[in-house]
Design a protein around this ligand. Structure first.
Ligand code: SAM
Length: 257
């Protein structure tokens, strides 16, 4: 992906913030148990910076877990949506490459589906600067497991639709612990865990969820709608009652920089 298309895609969510908030999946409570386990400290009472907070899906769960959370988000549309949903959670505009947080000020930095938009050469040193001694950097992504046949067939159709462009994309599903810190001055020590969960949603929600991914947002409405119309036909064969069981593997990386 070129620098321009990376930046265009990183900002593409803002025009679709309401669609994002209404249709994107959340995260299971087992994920937060795993974060605490790998970090060796509880979220309750911890000072947490949730970076690339978007519409606040993860921010809300961290807040509900008892964390003292501050949301950081670069985009206008996403920040406005977050403020609407979580008016009492502090929100600061900024990004992971230049955190608007004081040195030694947080116990956790969390990036839910957002780390891949940062430049690790800058975001790792920034994490090291703002984390208190013993603090943890937690990165996670909802990814589609390859062992679920309809999901792997759908992934093939997406790949065919985008061709070479898909191959070059730096999307969440391409991120693995081996590549997450590529380009960082010194990759921090980290541990990885996978948490499987699922949700059952109407087909329309599933299709809108797919359409809220940056690769679809930047290709334009016509081509996206054509893909989603074909996808509806495929999925009605698998889920004739129109309810789709989306299965996710949350890939979690917890680093102690
Ligand atoms: C896929 S959304 C994830 C939102 C939210 N954390 C969630 O779990 O739903 C990615 C978010 O990263 C933000 N973003 C883009 N560039 C960023 C950067 N350099 N640092 C931090 N966040 C960034 C986008 O504006 C967007 O809100």
């Amino acid at each position: 992906m070129t620098a321009t298309s990376h930046s265009t895609r990183a900002h593409s969510f803002n025009a679709a913030a309401a669609q994002y908030a209404a249709n994107r999946p959340s995260y299971p409570s087992a994920l937060f148990d795993a974060i605490e386990d790998l970090a060796g400290r509880p979220l309750e009472g911890a000072r947490v910076g949730d970076i690339g907070a978007g519409t606040g899906i993860a921010t809300a769960l961290l807040h509900a877990r008892g964390a003292d959370v501050i949301a950081v988000e670069p985009g206008d549309g996403m920040a406005a949506q977050l403020h609407c949903t979580l008016p009492r959670v502090p929100l600061v505009r900024g990004d992971g490459n230049a955190l608007p947080l004081a040195t030694d000020s947080v116990d956790f930095l969390t990036y839910a589906q957002a780390w891949h938009w940062t430049d690790p050469a800058r975001s790792v040193p920034e994490a090291q600067r703002v984390l208190r001694p013993g603090g943890a950097l937690a990165l996670w992504w909802n990814t589609g497991p390859a062992d679920v046949p309809w999901l792997s067939e759908q992934a093939d159709r997406v790949r065919d639709h985008f061709g070479g462009e898909y191959k070059n994309q730096q999307g969440a599903s391409d991120i693995r612990s081996e590549t997450a810190f590529r380009g960082a001055p010194a990759a921090p020590a980290h541990a990885k865990r996978v948490v499987r969960w699922s949700r059952t949603v109407p087909l329309d929600t599933h299709l809108a969820n797919i359409g809220s991914h940056s690769i679809f947002l930047v290709q334009g409405e016509g081509a996206t709608n054509a893909f989603l119309a074909r996808e509806r036909e495929h999925l009605l064969e698998v889920f004739p009652d129109g309810m789709v069981e989306e299965v996710y593997d949350v890939l979690l990386i917890v680093a102690t920089p």
